[in-house]
Design a protein around this ligand. Structure first.
Ligand code: ZN
Length: 243
């Protein structure tokens, strides 16, 4: 039996990540795969990179991770740029080296991993509508793919030329081996589906199920860290409402 845990969009939220890893440990999984965006928005980028590096057997690059390792100044909205500048200050040379080696897409037997979309993956496109899913499916060579990026759980199902989308949010979903799937595993550190608990998923390759798990964590502590680091308060206040 193989049970694989998927985490994504941790966004430097060490309080959420620690609780999720404890929960994963209790679920008896064989491996943990990370779908990127370890840094950004939150106040503990180095701690999060270290935990992902030591716990995950596969990690792909997210857009925030990419902005940290890119050459040149980080520009953009303060709520995006300030935490990335903090990450550049905090991450060790070794951690930066590790980020630079992360692949954009990984194929592992029946599974494909990518942060955003297989349609021009370096552009980090979002999959929120049927057409986005169709473009992604055109490049998907395996029955199942796993993504993050929107911070909201989603499942796209392809039955020949018909694509349907569902947003389960929590609970177990039965997978049909005759169909193809894109599964958004949700966000550990900054859920945006109006449900503030940390989100991750578990694939059971024998039972053919995917389950979204929601884990409570100390949101107040994560918010205090953001305040103490001098990052925009908007990055903290959104954690309360899960958006
Ligand atoms: Zn993200």
């Amino acid at each position: 039996m193989s049970r694989i845990a998927f985490i994504s969009d941790i966004h430097a939220n060490i309080d959420a990540l620690e609780q999720v890893l404890t929960d994963i440990d209790a679920q008896g999984t064989n491996e943990i795969f990370c779908l990127g965006d370890i840094v950004g928005y939150g106040a503990a980028p180095a701690e999060c990179v270290e935990l992902v590096r030591t716990h995950c057997s596969v990690t792909v690059l997210g857009n925030h991770d990419h902005m940290v390792i890119e050459k040149g100044p980080i520009i953009g909205l303060e709520r995006v740029a300030a935490p990335l500048c903090l990450a550049r200050e905090q991450l060790s040379t070794e951690q930066i080296k590790w980020l630079k080696k992360l692949p954009i897409v990984v194929e592992r037997e029946a599974l494909t991993l990518v942060h955003s979309s297989l349609y021009e993956p370096k552009d980090f496109n979002y999959i929120t509508a049927k057409d986005d899913a169709k473009w992604h499916f055109e490049h998907q060579r395996t029955p199942f793919s796993f993504i993050g990026h929107t911070h909201s759980p989603l499942i796209a199902i392809q039955d020949e030329s018909v694509v349907t989308l569902e947003t389960p949010g929590v609970g177990s979903f039965k997978l049909d081996p005759s169909l193809r799937y894109i599964i958004n595993v949700g966000s550990v550190g900054q859920p945006r589906d109006n449900y503030p608990r940390a989100c991750y998923g578990i694939l059971d390759t024998e039972r053919l199920t995917f389950a979204w798990k929601r884990v409570p964590y100390d949101i107040k502590r994560a918010q205090q860290r953001i305040r103490d680091a001098g990052l925009p308060w908007a990055n903290a206040s959104r954690l309360d409402i899960g958006y």
